[in-house]
Design a binder for this molecule. Sequence first.
Ligand SMILES: C[S@@+](CC[C@H](N)C(=O)[O-])C[C@H]1O[C@@H](n2cnc3c(N)ncnc32)[C@H](O)[C@@H]1O
Length: 377
Amino acid sequence: MKSTGAKESRQVSENELDLSLNGDQSDEVIQTLEPFRRMHPGDARSLSRLTANSVDLVVTSPPYWRKRDYKLENQIGQEKTPEEYVTNIISAMREWRRVLRPSGSVFLNIGDTYWQTSLQGIPSSIEVKAKKDGWRLRNRIVWVKSGGTPDPAKDRLTPRHEYILHFALNGYYYDLFGYAEQYSSKNTGANPGDVWTIKRERNLGKHLAPFPSEIAERVITLACPKYVCTKCGTPRRRIVQRTAELDPSRPQAKRAMELAKQKGLTPEHIAAIQATGISDAGKARFTQSGTNKNAEDVKRLAAEAKALLGGYFREFTFAKRKSCGWADCGCGVEFAPGVVLDPFMGTAKTLDVAQKLGRSCIGVDLDLSAVEERAQQ
Ligand SMILES: C[S@@+](CC[C@H](N)C(=O)[O-])C[C@H]1O[C@@H](n2cnc3c(N)ncnc32)[C@H](O)[C@@H]1O
């Protein structure tokens, strides 16, 4: 087929097709400072050693209400009422907001408590109060705890899950692409969903509530930047673009590729299909440059492609995406690894994972003996 488009160019190939994009696409060596690891004693509600806008991600698991008594002055968890407990968690979150950059997030692992035969609804109270306090609740992830000890209860089911609540402000850093590459089923890159089945980790020391490393691994992969500008504090976000590469194991996709080749579709046709979406080629509103002229071109190219491909048109909207580099703020200075904070550090599992993943980390706890005990083990 002959296209009359101004951007007529090479025919689409059966191989991956790069679409034009802005930003840094190279795999250049990024000048990055070394990650650091810091630990100090302190109260999660008053992080006086931390400056404002210095942390990219808080991942933490506070003591749950009326569970383990750590016998520490100023400890959270042994308040008389669930309301007092929730107030303390909210005041800690306010302090975390001070130290977080605007692109930061909080992932709070929290469980509920039975008290006088009733669940207290603590996770939902935290959700409601945090939202009133200005946070956006982005996900209520269910951690399904596989395994576990028998429960003597005869009149209720054994609790086998907890929550990981994701709170953020506007414009938070999020690398769903990088996360899905690691955690989607059969590595399809599809959104892996908000149910995480993770085995508890046993801890034979006196610290009875360890955090499974996989929780920290998932959260850091999702929401802690690898590179942050040392001048303006902007995280480098991944640039992801769609390709024209389809899954050849699906007969419809294979046929779509054959048709595209036979009919002489160009990369611009494919880009127009993807810009338009499956709903209606005639209503293309999204363009690559945003100009009206471009909008007209996209509309026309999408309509041409639809006429030639018929029902196979939609196949190109399922094309694979690929990572093309990292956006650059343009300050021209060094980058630093993102900083993870665990303000109820316990055994410092979160810090170990952050280090393993090349991020900087800060741990705070009223009592550092669990870290020392673990170091001796
Ligand atoms: C559930 S444990 C954390 C477990 C940790 N995620 C791990 O993997 O080891 C809770 C920790 O909070 C600490 N803690 C209790 N109240 C605190 C407070 N007000 N500020 C800081 N830490 C506190 C306790 O000492 C305990 O180490």
